[in-house]
Design a protein around this ligand. Structure first.
Ligand SMILES: NC(=O)c1ccc[n+]([C@@H]2O[C@H](COP(=O)([O-])OP(=O)(O)OC[C@H]3O[C@@H](n4cnc5c(N)ncnc54)[C@H](O)[C@@H]3O)[C@@H](O)[C@H]2O)c1
Length: 369
C-alpha cells in the first residue's frame, strides 16, 4: 500500500515486534514495487509496557534505531534520531544495524521473562526448604550486577509480548540449527507453565485434595495491575485448572469486563492461540463461572480466595469482614504476594503465598509437584 501511494522518497519505520528480518522483507516488497522511489527501512522497536506507557514514552531507558549501514541508511537513522532528540538525551538513542535492532527487542523481553522464571523457580525451592523468596530476591537484587528490578515471584508472567517473543526467538534458533540455544529459551516458558500448574496443585491439595463443587473467589484476572488486558494472563491457566476439578468460580477484576473473562475461559487453549479474529464468536459461557462487581461479593460463601493480579486494592481489603462471610476453614492463596500473611493468619485464614514459608496446615498436606 505504501508503494502504491508514495510519490516521493520515504523512510518506513517498523515499530511492531516482528520476526527478525521482517525489515528485509518490507524492503524487498517496497523495492520491487517502487516505481523509482527510494525507500529506507528502519527498525525502531517499542519498549513501552502496559500500565506505564506514558512514563516509558517520556523517559525511556533507551531508544533503539536500526538501519542500513549505507550513507542513505545513516541519513534515515539521523532523521528519526532528530525526532527523538526533542525529548530524549542523545546518549540514550542507540543506533545499530537493522538485524541487531530487531533481535535486541526479542532478547530484551527474553531476558526479562527469564528473570521472572528464575525467581519463580527459586520460589518452589523456597517453599520446599523454608526460605522466603522476597528475602532472597532482596538479597540478590542488592548486587549491583543483578539489580533489584523484575524479581517479584508470582503465579507466572503473562501479557502479549513475553511468550510470543521467546517462542519467536526459539523459532529463529531452530531455523539456524541452534537446538541447544532454542531449548535453553524454551525452558523459560516451561517454568512459567510449571508455576501455574504448581499453584493449581497447591490449591487443590490444600483443600483436601479436591475443589469439586467448592466456591473459589478469583481476585484479579488481568495479566498485571493497571491494565484490563488478559492476553496470556496466568489467570486463564489457573482458572481452567480449577474448573477442570469442577470448582465454582466467582471472579472479580477491577478492569476486565465480564464478557472477556467468559470468553477467555470458555475457549480451549488451541483456540486462544489463534488471533482474535479467528476465534469463535459465540463462545459458550461456562456455568461454573460468575463475574461479580467487588471482592467482597466474590468471597461471600467461598471456601478459598486466589489472588491472581497484584491490584493495589487487594492489599487494603477488610479481610476480617471477608473471613466472617466465608466457609471454614477459609483459605487465601496469594499468587502475587500482596497480602500481609501474619495479619491474615491472626484473623483465622490458612494462607499460602508464593515462595513463602508454609504454615503448619500446608506442610501436613501432600507434597506438591
Ligand atoms: N504491551 C505492549 O503492547 C508492548 C508493545 C510493544 C513492546 N512491548 C515491550 O514488551 C515488554 C513487555 O510489556 P508488557 O506490557 O507485557 O508489560 P511488563 O513488562 O510490565 O509485564 C510483563 C510481565 O512481567 C511481569 N512483571 C512486571 N513487573 C515485574 C516485576 N517487578 N517482577 C516480576 N514480574 C514482573 C508482569 O506481571 C507481566 O506478567 C515491555 O517491556 C516492552 O518492552 C510491549
Amino acid at each position: 500500500m505504501i508503494a502504491d501511494v508514495s510519490k516521493s522518497d520515504k523512510i518506513v519505520v517498523e515499530k511492531s515486534t516482528v520476526p527478525v528480518k521482517t525489515a528485509e522483507a518490507i524492503e524487498k516488497i517496497l523495492t520491487h514495487n517502487s516505481k523509482g522511489i527510494n525507500f529506507q527501512i528502519l527498525s525502531n522497536p517499542e519498549f513501552l509496557a502496559e500500565g506505564t506507557a506514558i512514563q516509558d514514552l517520556f523517559n525511556p531507558d533507551r531508544v533503539l534505531i536500526g538501519g542500513r549501514e549505507t550513507p542513505e541508511g545513516q541519513k534515515a537513522i539521523q532523521a528519526l534520531k532528530d525526532v527523538y532528540a526533542h525529548w530524549v538525551p542523545a546518549e540514550r538513542i542507540i543506533c545499530t544495524n537493522l538485524w541487531s535492532a530487531e533481535l535486541s527487542k526479542l532478547a530484551a523481553n527474553a531476558f526479562l521473562a527469564q528473570r521472572i522464571s528464575s525467581v519463580n523457580a527459586m520460589s518452589a525451592l523456597c517453599e520446599a526448604t523454608g526460605a522466603d523468596v522476597s528475602e532472597v530476591s532482596h538479597a540478590i537484587g542488592k548486587d549491583t550486577r543483578i539489580g533489584p528490578k523484575f524479581l517479584n515471584a508470582s503465579v507466572g508472567f503473562g501479557g502479549s509480548c513475553f511468550q510470543k517473543d521467546i517462542l519467536n526467538l526459539v523459532y529463529i534458533c531452530e531455523c539456524n540449527g541452534l537446538s541447544e540455544v532454542a531449548n535453553y529459551w524454551k525452558q523459560v516458558v516451561q517454568v512459567n507453565e510449571y508455576q501455574k500448574n504448581r499453584f493449581v496443585n497447591r490449591v487443590v491439595s490444600s483443600m483436601f485434595n479436591t475443589v469439586s463443587g467448592k466456591k473459589i473467589a478469583i481476585l484479579g484476572f488481568a495479566f498485571k495491575k493497571d491494565t484490563g488486558d488478559t492476553r496470556e494472563t496466568p489467570a486463564i491457566g489457573v482458572c481452567q485448572g480449577l474448573l477442570g476439578d469442577k470448582a465454582i468460580l466467582s471472579i472479580y477484576d477491577p478492569q476486565v469486563p465480564q464478557e472477556l473473562i467468559q470468553r477467555d475461559l470458555s475457549m480451549h487453549k488451541s483456540e486462544l492461540d489463534k488471533p482474535p479474529h479467528l476465534r469463535p464468536v459465540n463462545a459458550v459461557a461456562i456455568e461454573q463461572v460468575t463475574c461479580v462487581g467487588d471482592a467482597y461479593e466474590a468471597a461471600k460463601g467461598a471456601h478459598g480466595i486466589c489472588i491472581l493480579t497484584e491490584w493495589d486494592e487487594f492489599k487494603t481489603l477488610d479481610y476480617k469482614k471477608i473471613y466472617n462471610n466465608m466457609n471454614k476453614p477459609a483459605f487465601v492463596f496469594d499468587g502475587r504476594n500482596v497480602v500481609d500473611i501474619e495479619k491474615l493468619r491472626q484473623i483465622g485464614f490458612i494462607v499460602y503465598s508464593i515462595g513463602k514459608p508454609l504454615d503448619a496446615w500446608l506442610k501436613d498436606m501432600p507434597a506438591v509437584a
